[in-house]
Design a protein around this ligand. Structure first.
Ligand code: KG4
Ligand code: ZN
Length: 340
């Protein structure tokens, strides 16, 4: 039987990525990150779409070459329809439509969030590939989202908790900015935290609904705490940088852990996955493993390359849609806001 080969395209924010997945196995995953945003301390939408425009052809070419296939082997092209920045999404969407037309293959639309959640199903040759079993809980923590989702089947998902304001990744990034660190702040805080004392400084946890999250208060109290201490010691940040990073990271992880514990208890689901950029965080990964051991959960921690934005997660989600023959029409438009 002819293998099913999916070319995935991701361009929702500031990473241009293309990936080839064949019968569920990863053949390539190429990511061009856009350094230009570092200068501005955050993603500049106009610059992001321009960079996608420049990157998309070479990234796709490299993904196809690295996979060792040719264009005529591709069964379908899957692309991120949303959520994300409209100008960025437009580049991937228009490219995918053109590619589908030119190669006479189906077009498959993918929800970026479902991509993060289903990234756990990417299989790799010569690896053990332990896939989650339905139903499972997904803790989806990225720069734009913080949600707990019950995943009953590939496309049967229910959000049971989410942030009422900032996402966990935003909390990392905004607090890192206050500390004068670069962008994105999450990975920098992660690195600094490794040599800090997580219990040195205490920040309040939010009081919100049972499974909801809130991170805007943390950012404010972090800012006020620094401001107060800088009044008496202008070197407070530099003298305490590692401890500040560790204590901030500890607080964010505790907030996330408290909620996933409640979700597991309420739903009686013991199969738990984490996904999204913040799932790359060392502290969160360790905490989830500890919680798994303590509570007898089966915890799935993705490889770091599948946590931050990548097209492999779009290709695998596209693969499952292809199997269901869920194709998109040429008139499809990207959507900055997209629920599932
Ligand atoms: O999933 P992602 O690449 O893009 C979105 O869909 O938002 O997530 C990006 C977010 C950023 O906020 C970034 O700071 C955070 O993930 N992030 C991390 C780490 N690596 C990326 N946060 C904490 N620790 C990390 N190691
Ligand atoms: Zn993402």
């Amino acid at each position: 039987m002819q293998p099913i080969t999916i070319l995935g395209i991701e361009s929702s924010c500031d990473d241009t990525s293309a990936s080839v997945i064949q019968d569920g196995f990863l053949l390539s995953n190429v990511i061009a990150s856009q350094d230009v945003h570092r200068l501005y301390g955050g993603v500049v939408p106009e610059l992001a779409s321009r960079a996608h425009q420049q990157n998309i052809i070479p990234v796709v070419d490299t993904a196809i070459k690295t996979a060792g296939i040719s264009k005529k082997d591709i069964s379908a092209i899957a692309f991120t329809r949303g959520p994300g920045l409209l100008g960025s999404l437009l580049v991937g969407t228009s490219f995918s439509k053109g590619f589908a037309l030119a190669n006479n293959i189906p077009l498959v639309e993918v929800n970026h969030l479902q991509g993060h959640i289903l990234s756990h199903f990417i299989q790799q040759k010569e690896k053990e590939n332990i896939l989650p079993k339905f139903p499972f809980l997904s803790l989806l923590v990225s720069g734009g989202h913080t949600q707990i989702i019950i995943v009953r089947d590939y496309f049967d998902m229910e959000i049971i908790g989410q942030t009422i304001d900032d996402a966990a990744g935003e909390a990392f990034d905004k607090c890192a900015k206050v500390l004068g660190l670069g962008y994105p702040g999450g990975p920098i805080v992660d690195k600094l935290a490794a040599d800090g004392n997580p219990l040195k400084f205490k920040f309040p946890k939010p009081q919100v609904g049972e499974l909801d999250f809130s991170f805007s208060g943390l950012k404010t109290s972090f800012l006020y705490f620094l401001r107060d201490n800088l009044k008496t010691n202008p070197n407070f940040i530099s003298e305490n940088l590692n401890d500040l990073a560790a204590s901030l990271q500890y607080t964010i992880i505790e907030i996330l852990a408290d909620k996933i514990k409640i979700a597991a208890k309420n739903t009686d689901i013991k199969e738990i996955t984490i996904g999204g950029g913040v799932a790359a965080n060392s502290g969160l990964r360790t905490k989830m493993e500890e919680l798994g051991k303590k509570n007898n959960w089966k915890v799935h921690i993705p490889e770091r390359k599948f946590t931050t934005d990548n097209a492999a997660m779009i290709a695998i989600t596209g693969y499952f849609k292809y199997l269901r023959k869920e194709f998109a029409s040429q008139s499809i438009a990207p959507k900055a806001r997209l629920e599932f």
